[in-house]
Design a protein around this ligand. Structure first.
Ligand code: SF4
Ligand code: SF4
Length: 357
């Protein structure tokens, strides 16, 4: 358990480094709203008590440390504060229920194979039909490819429940090992980073893979439509993914607009770090701020959560897999919680049925 003194020292180290240049504040609504300056926020944190609302409102996007000339890392600090809070006050909320269900046998599927497709929870909840087309296409190209339906445990990490998170990723790594998996093909940006950071296994992004093997050939005509490309923040430093996604859009002859803050400078869609649950108002303001960076009405992205955030901000937004695999561009309503779990249950059932033939 982290001692209070250790935590205070970490905050003081960041406080000492900060020169209050405000570069981090420019794009961060949280830093703008919770203190008169970043140094002032750090001072208040040292003086305590921890402002719980503030630390759970951070989207853990990492943009502040990207622009900081002194290597101050609010993301890391806020995550550590969440861990400290959880160690001292056990909480239980909707995210815990989501995690228990996601790790249960009802919503999981394991398959043995050297290479497995790992779609992640969000895409299955939101886009099961397109995902099924994606799986079938990958299987055509790589016949030995298997599929594993599991959660990477990132929501538990965002909650600050370190011990539970370690148990969950340990469990996931063991299932990869017992199924002799050597390579995991990942569609979700959070799963990609979690597996890359915490597990000793080769992880490949679906976007670099699709860029390599090619996308299905078909007539694609977009007329005058322009799509702005939103880069999700978890993979802000994954340059290969950024370029592969752009290559895929080029192959589809998409008219593309770049956000002012793109690639490693990207901003959070507003839903990162569970901020949408802990501070819906700030989260919605961030969604609108991000969406307003571009003129296009349409936004394309490669994260199912970001698609929903951009819709909440009033844009027409679509997942890149829908552009690749669907016959027409159509806007889908955000699904209710019940529908999302139903989709997860049925997707697993459909995969089992498909494999039994
Ligand atoms: S960018 Fe870094 S040094 Fe500048 S105010 Fe923010 S934390 Fe402090
Ligand atoms: S991680 Fe993102 S939301 Fe959190 S303080 Fe930094 S820029 Fe703001």
């Amino acid at each position: 358990m982290e001692k209070r003194q250790d935590r205070l020292k970490k905050i003081k180290d960041e406080y000492d480094k900060c020169i209050d240049c405000n570069l981090c504040t420019k794009e961060c609504l949280l830093l703008q709203r919770y203190g008169t300056s970043p140094k002032n926020i750090l001072r208040k944190m040292m003086e305590g008590p921890i402002d719980e609302e503030m630390v759970f409102s951070c989207s853990l996007c990492g943009h502040c440390s990207k622009v900081c000339p002194k290597d101050v890392n609010f993301r890391k600090l806020f995550l550590e504060c969440r861990r400290y809070i959880q160690e001292n006050k056990k909480t239980f909320n909707g995210v815990d229920i989501h995690q228990r269900l996601s790790f249960s046998k009802i919503f999981s599927l394991e398959r043995k194979g050297k290479i497995v497709f790992f779609p992640g929870c969000s895409l299955i909840s939101e886009n099961p039909e397109t995902l099924m087309k994606t799986y079938k296409y990958l299987k055509e190209k790589i016949p030995s490819l298997e599929i594993m339906i599991k959660c990477c445990g990132n929501p538990t990490n965002c909650l600050g429940k370190k011990d539970e998170f370690e148990k969950r990723i340990g469990h996931l790594e063991k299932s990869f090992q017992s199924n002799e998996v050597e390579e995991v093909v990942v569609a979700c940006q959070n799963c990609y980073m979690t597996i890359k950071k915490y597990m000793n296994i080769k992880v490949t992004s679906l976007w670099t893979l699709l860029d390599d093997i090619g996308i299905p050939e078909k007539e694609r005509s977009w007329g005058p439509m322009v799509f702005a490309l939103h880069d999700p923040c978890p993979t802000r430093y994954e340059h290969d993914i950024h370029e592969s996604v752009r290559n895929i859009l080029r192959k589809m002859n998409i008219n593309m607009e770049e956000f002012k803050n793109n690639r490693e400078n990207t901003l959070c869609c507003g839903a990162g770090g569970m901020a949408s649950i802990f501070n819906p108002k700030l989260s919605l303001d961030q969604m609108k701020k991000r969406a307003d960076e571009v003129e296009s009405k349409w936004i394309v992205t490669y994260c199912a959560e970001c698609v929903n955030s951009m819709k909440s901000a009033g844009k027409m937004s679509i997942h890149i897999l829908d552009l690749i695999f669907k016959e027409r561009v159509e806007l889908e309503e955000e699904k209710s919680l019940i529908i999302k779990w139903k989709n997860r249950y049925e997707f697993k059932k459909d995969i089992k049925e498909l494999q039994s033939h």
